[in-house]
Design a protein around this ligand. Structure first.
Ligand code: NDP
Ligand code: GDR
Length: 355
């Protein structure tokens, strides 16, 4: 008998990779999708269209803001594992829609935990917690499971509630419930308005002559960026242990947004020369002098998390988890994919025709 899993947020970056991993492992996979005015299942269309999966892959309409729907789905699907990845997950957007972010990203978690508890079923639960919980306390890096929390956004505050309610349900009801405290993880499937994908798409669009410049906010922010595919494996491992525990997943490295920009342009053979500082900082093609990067204060946040740098020792030791894709390889993979899609050629081919 194959195991049955339910994924909220299956149409997102992580949900799509997790669905693939669980299907590879022989699971029957169910996912909750929301109704949109246009179909928004691009990241999982290959699974929907795969005839060999028709008895093992199912999508259901639902929403983390609708308790009755969640309760009905838990009773109908009877999953053994639930991965709660659904969220309004954009930090800057959470300042624009704070109340909705609280509903989906915060209260949504208690709705699904309650649906599980009231079902009386033996279900293992994974909560997509985040390094945004650490936020703004100075001198805490590298951050681990023992680092105090101090969220700096409505998104972070909503995730803080979800973190603690997950711990509370574990302790109160003896549920197998875990928090994965994941640092930033990216991929060619990353949403287009997160900074890494915005950068790699801009590089490809500029090379293809479809965009003039790349406008960014705070380029001094530091993040611990890994590859989403590696992190999905860690989520699954957290639900396969004897005891439920909370784990940080991170690469143990940190880099600035500026470094991500430099490496991305380097992939297509361009060296960036920086001039000016603060809001007047600009990046030029060192060889031709062409303006490529500028700062736009519209992308500054009301409060910023300046430094995230994780310590994943516990996951490495207890789960045998390791990140496999390096920072450089991640940038290379993302630029290359966007070059193929947007410019119609790989980064290497592009460099060859430039010399
Ligand atoms: P995405 O933004 O790519 O995906 C979010 C998913 O949540 C989408 O499937 C979206 O559906 C769904 N969703 C949004 N609102 C609701 C709702 N009200 N009800 C049900 N589903 C909803 O996020 P990622 O894949 O990058 O991240 C997955 C999870 O991990 C998120 O909870 C995120 O906050 C968290 N996280 C992510 C990290 C990262 O670096 N990627 C790091 C740490 C935590 P739709 O397609 O319909 O919009
Ligand atoms: P983050 O990711 O806020 O860390 O949240 P994001 O890629 O949005 O920002 C990273 C850093 O880059 C700076 N930045 C910009 N960000 C965006 N989006 N657009 C810009 O133009 C820009 N310019 C500079 C930001 O200020 C920030 O410092 C992600 C999400 O996936 C969360 O759901 C998850 O919980 C955390 O990672 C860990």
């Amino acid at each position: 008998m194959s195991k049955v899993a339910l994924i909220t947020g299956i149409t997102g970056q992580d949900g799509s990779y997790l669905a693939e991993l669980l299907l590879e492992k022989g699971y029957e996979v169910h996912g909750i999708i929301r109704r949109h005015s246009t179909i928004a299942t691009d990241r999982i269309d290959h699974l929907v269209e795969d005839a060999s999966l028709k008895d093992r892959f199912f999508l259901h309409f639902g929403d983390l803001t609708d308790s009755s729907n969640l309760a009905m789905l838990i009773m109908k699907i009877k999953p053994e594992e639930v991965y709660n990845l659904g969220a309004q997950s954009h930090v800057a957007v959470s300042f624009e829609v704070p109340e909705y972010t609280a509903e989906a990203t915060g209260v949504g978690t208690i709705r699904i935990l309650e649906a599980i508890r009231q079902s009386g079923l033996d279900i293992r639960f994974y909560q997509a917690s985040t390094s945004e919980l650490f936020g703004g306390l100075p001198d805490t890096a590298p951050q681990s499971e023992r680092t105090p929390f101090y969220p700096k956004s409505p998104y972070g505050a909503a995730k803080l509630y979800s973190y603690w309610i997950t711990v509370n349900y574990r302790e109160s009801y003896n549920m197998y419930a875990c928090n994965g405290i994941l640092f930033n993880h990216e991929s060619p499937r990353r949403g287009e308005i997160f900074v890494t994908r915005k950068i790699t798409m801009a590089v490809a669009s500029i090379m293809a002559g479809k965009q003039e410049t790349l406008a960014l906010g705070n380029m001094d922010a530091k993040r611990d960026w890994g590859f989403a595919g590696d992190y999905i494996e860690g989520m699954w491992r957290m639900l396969q242990q004897e005891e439920p525990r909370d784990y940080v997943l991170a690469t143990n490295e940190t880099h600035t947004v500026r470094e991500f920009v430099e490496l991305s342009f380097a992939e297509v053979g361009i060296e960036i020369e920086w001039k000016g500082s603060g809001e007047d900082e600009k990046g030029y093609d060192k060889k031709t002098g062409r303006l490529l990067v500028e700062v736009d204060s519209r992308y500054f946040r009301p409060a910023e998390v300046e430094l995230l740098w994780g310590d994943a020792t516990k996951a490495e030791t207890e789960l045998g988890w390791e990140r496999k894709v390096s920072f450089r390889k991640l940038v290379e993979m993302m630029v290359d994919e966007d070059m193929k899609t947007i410019a119609g050629m790989s980064s290497e081919e592009y460099k060859t025709i430039q010399v």
